[in-house]
Design a protein around this ligand. Structure first.
Ligand SMILES: [Zn+2]
Length: 686
């Protein structure tokens, strides 16, 4: 056995020196990884190996190496070259590629022994910053320098060659030759799949499963990222993925069809991402970007954190207000901004997306349907942002919250968070509307075993109650109105499939920099998070570098339907399961209270038994009184309309006020209404 090992080592070394001394090439570059300027002596290399294996450069190198190699069931004593070889076998070369041999195959379709100096330097350059120097990265990104991956890589490669020249590893003429050498990557179609399948193009979901397993292995066993990754790729474990191949395939086919993408006014189409989650929280399929050219690319469904905008409202403001019986389906609020004070300055907040306020009473239902901002802002002002923050953090386990969000009205009411949310986590939260209030964080695999079938990792897939079944039912019904008559109408699949559809639109505001100056932009992110009895689906649209999306028709509900319809096409017509403790009742659309037979305009609302509104007092009693009252109110609205030049001309609802009945004070109308509401909640408006 010893003989075999020796032969293998000798044989490898022979290959290493064949043509170009790539081992020397690589040795000369390793010294720069940790900022140490010269390499000789090998301790820097060793330290780099250790750092790469452990993520820690403060432990005694020898001891740590011993530990790791014992864990790997390898032999105990190593030469510098073996350590380096280990390093090169485990180093990350971007694009899901670990190890120099795989990298050589992936980028050049060559054995490492066939690499020339410039090509070897190209590969070694990648390890320094795998995303930045990824030669396959086509998009410029400010985080990784402004060049493409190949352009950035060349800068690093040239630096390596220069260092080699300085170390007299290259002569002047060699140096010049390799500097001028035009490095050509192998055409994608010519790249052979290596025996371990590393270069085969996988789908977005599989990429994410690998990512999740690696992360969980690190957490569970304190493995380094490199070691956990090695475990996954070496075939040492068997992963049970939650992917539904039909769903994933359907998403990919839709993405291959240009008709899937709704027209926009922008010259360059933005990136998009999509995810489909089953009601049990398992992720069935996902798309992390418009194109998938390589493996383990930046995944916009799981890694990108963007402002959720109004998609935050149902899981923050409305969820907490309904759960605490602060509001019903038809509770009315005046559609007007809060007056806030910050740093001694008083200002009005928020804007509605129409940039107008009706300044009239508006039911919660209408505010949800039309994505009005003033109502959830008032609700979170009453609830406090902290209450909403706690729900998101403790119940939904949202991982991207920032402590500043806990005190931010904007963040908790309108989704203007400090960082943002991932599409995966945001869509996962909407699970509660389908499950009657139960939740588990979305998961991409259920368990992982070793080759002998022993379980190494197991996901806890138990759903836990976040809100009552009643609250979930009312919110579900409310979100149905968004697609039956509101901002998400184009997502409705009821006509085609008989399957009940619900959901919420969202858009953000942001900033960009023009010549270093900050400029506000509208709609850098557009969302639709929707659900049916079968699936919860989320789509996002936006540019990697924030830019305004310009559209004629709100695009995300269209994109959502184009992706979800094929997935639902052969499923049976179906409605949601609802709580029996939520009942339909007629309400007066003017007062928001239960309708009397005298109420001129009524609609159906859904009410928890714990909070049923009182009967409408605006229209109670004889019809004569009613008529007089309405006349008076009409006059009120006419006389005051000039003060509300911004309100939408013929406001849909007459500007009725509960106090009109007893005490008519034109100037105080809105304040007195507010006082009656805030009195109800035991909170005062600022
Ligand atoms: Zn009424």
């Amino acid at each position: 056995m010893l003989v075999n090992v020796t032969i293998a080592a000798e044989d490898k070394r022979f290959l290493e020196h064949h043509g170009v001394d790539w081992l020397r090439t690589i040795r000369s570059t390793l010294g720069y990884f940790g900022g140490s300027s010269r390499v000789q002596g090998g301790s820097t290399i060793t330290q780099q190996v250790i750092k790469n294996l452990t993520g820690n450069d403060e432990v005694t190198p020898e001891r740590k190496v011993q530990e790791i190699f014992t864990a790997l069931k390898l032999e105990k004593n190593f030469s510098k070259e073996q350590i380096m070889e280990t390093y090169l076998n485990i180093a990350f070369f971007s694009n899901q590629c670990y190890g120099i041999q795989s990298a050589s195959k992936l980028y050049f379709n060559k054995d490492i022994s066939e690499l020339n100096v410039a090509e070897a330097a190209t590969l070694i350059a990648i390890t320094n910053a795998p995303t930045k120097y990824n030669p396959l990265r086509m998009n410029a990104n400010e985080d990784y320098g402004w060049g493409t991956g190949m352009e950035e890589n060349k800068e690093r490669r040239d630096y390596i060659l220069e260092e080699m020249y300085k170390l007299q590893m290259l002569t002047q003429s060699e140096y010049q030759k390799w500097l001028d050498y035009d490095v050509q990557l192998a055409p994608r179609k010519d790249v052979e799949s290596t025996s371990d399948g590393l270069t085969a193009l996988t789908d977005w979901h599989t990429d994410q499963v690998i990512e999740d397993v690696v992360t969980d292995l690190q957490q569970e066993y304190n493995y380094t990222r490199a070691y956990a990754t090695k475990m996954v790729y070496s075939g040492g474990c068997r992963i049970y993925s939650t992917m539904d191949p039909d769903v994933q395939k359907s998403l990919e086919e839709s993405y291959a069809n240009p008709a899937t993408f709704p027209d926009l006014a922008n010259a360059e189409y933005p990136q998009t991402a999509a995810i489909v989650i089953a009601p049990d929280g398992s992720v069935k399929g996902m798309i992390g970007g418009n194109e998938k050219t390589s493996n383990r690319l930046f995944n916009r469904a799981t890694q990108s954190q963007r402002h959720p905008g109004s998609t935050m409202k149902p899981i923050s403001a409305y969820l907490n207000a309904f759960e605490r019986d602060l509001i019903t389906w038809s509770t009315t609020f005046i559609d007007e901004p809060l007056t806030l004070t910050e740093n001694g300055k008083t200002f009005q907040w928020p804007q509605n997306y129409t940039n107008t306020y009706t300044k009239a009473p508006m039911t919660v239902q209408y505010a949800v349907q039309q994505s009005i901002n003033t109502v959830p802002a008032q609700l979170v002002n009453i609830l406090t942002p902290q209450v909403c923050y706690d729900t998101l953090k403790n119940k939904f386990q949202v991982s991207t919250l920032h402590e500043l969000d806990a005190t931010s009205l904007s963040s908790m009411a309108l989704g203007g968070m400090t960082t943002g949310m991932t599409l995966e986590e945001l869509t996962g939260c909407y699970q509660i509307f389908v499950t009657g209030g139960k939740y588990v964080k979305p998961y991409t695999y259920t368990h992982v075993t070793d080759t002998e079938g022993n379980i190494i990792l197991k996901k806890d897939t138990t759903q836990v109650r976040v809100v009552s079944e009643e609250t979930a039912t009312v919110l579900n019904r409310l979100l149905q109105t968004v697609v039956t008559q509101g901002t998400g109408a184009r997502a409705n699949m009821k006509n085609e499939t008989g399957i009940t559809t619900a959901g919420k639109t969202g858009s953000s505001t942001g900033v960009k920099y023009v010549n270093g100056v900050q400029v506000d932009i509208d709609n850098p992110d557009l969302w639709f998070i929707g659900f049916t009895p079968y699936y919860i689906g989320g789509v996002w649209m936006g540019y990697d570098i924030q830019e305004e999306i310009s559209y004629y028709t709100y695009p995300t509900p269209i994109l959502w339907k184009n992706l979800m319809l094929p997935i639902h096409q052969n499923l049976e017509a179906k409605d949601f399961e609802y709580s029996e403790n939520v009942q339909a009742m007629q309400y007066c659309t003017e007062s928001g209270d239960l309708a009397t037979e005298n109420c001129p305009s009524t609609a159906t609302g859904w009410y928890k038994e714990t909070y049923i509104p009182s009967t409408c007092i605006l229209h109670r009693g004889g019809s004569t009184v009613d008529t007089e009252l309405e006349d008076e109110n009409d006059e009120n609205e006419d006389s005051s309309s000039s003060n509300h030049s911004n309100s939408s001309g013929g406001s849909k609802r007459p500007s009725l006020n509960r106090n009109d009945k007893t005490n008519k004070k034109d100037d105080d109308d809105e304040d007195s209404f507010w006082n009656s509401v805030s009195g109800l909640f035991g909170s005062k408006r600022q």
